[in-house]
Design a protein around this ligand. Structure first.
Ligand SMILES: C[S@@+](CC[C@H](N)C(=O)[O-])C[C@H]1O[C@@H](n2cnc3c(N)ncnc32)[C@H](O)[C@@H]1O
Length: 211
């Protein structure tokens, strides 16, 4: 059983928020997308951000390893999702939200390529050895002129075991700059609000335009 299955089983999902994330609502308009653009949400959990994106008119394509997260997402919204068996897992759909119960690194959503993506607690949920593969899979699933909004987290890695793993802004630049323009649109010291035993902790938000 993966650590993520264990976490969902034991309801250890402190990352889950009970409303749309302010980093999303504050910065999403900077992507200047058409309202009908398809948005990929990698490692989506049962994030309410997906309802917020759908309400803007987007088609939402979420990928999540743990089925319980997906069933809870639709149950919490009292939505009946249609299930379809796919090569890499099961696709759950209700209105314009399509959630794939699958491994992000293997999935081939019907909706690809998508025009946009939103990463909150996705890349930082993965160990550093998987970061390059994450960027490559993002490139596979998105259009050549896609845009992304990404929220990251940084702290001295030796002071805490991830996830979330520390991801310095300089590493975001080196991972993405070959294929994207990288603009940091927010940096916030979150040491006090995180209430973890760390000497520093910050959150960054990036707008990434593929070129
Ligand atoms: C830290 S949570 C963030 C969830 C969501 N983005 C949010 O903001 O609430 C990371 C999620 O990624 C899922 N996950 C981990 N590895 C995955 C993989 N390889 N493919 C798809 N989902 C994965 C976990 O089950 C977990 O729900």
């Amino acid at each position: 059983m993966s650590i993520w299955h264990q976490r969902w089983d034991e309801n250890r999902i402190g990352f889950h928020r009970l409303e749309a994330n302010p980093t999303l609502t504050d910065h999403w308009s900077k992507l200047s997308l058409d309202s009908d653009a398809k948005v990929l949400v990698p490692l989506c959990g049962k994030s309410l951000d997906m309802h917020w994106l759908k309400q803007l008119g987007h088609t939402v394509v979420g990928i999540e390893l743990v089925e319980k997260a997906i069933t809870q997402f639709f149950d919490d919204a009292s939505a009946l999702a249609l299930q379809e068996s796919k090569q890499t897992g099961t696709k759950y759909s209700a209105e314009n939200i399509h959630l794939y119960h699958a491994d992000f690194f293997k999935v081939q959503p019907d909706e690809m390529p998508v025009e946009a993506w939103y990463d909150r607690a996705a890349l930082v949920a993965l160990p550093s050895t998987m970061r390059q593969a994450y960027v490559e899979q993002l490139l596979n699933l998105t259009t050549k002129d896609s845009k992304g909004l990404m929220v990251t987290f940084d702290y001295p890695q030796e002071e805490m075991q991830g996830p979330p793993f520390a991801l310095p802004d300089s590493e975001v630049e080196s991972l993405f700059s070959q294929h994207f323009t990288v603009e940091r649109v927010q940096w916030t010291d979150v040491l006090e609000q995180e209430q973890r035993d760390l000497t520093r902790c910050s959150l960054s938000v990036f707008v990434l335009n593929r070129r």
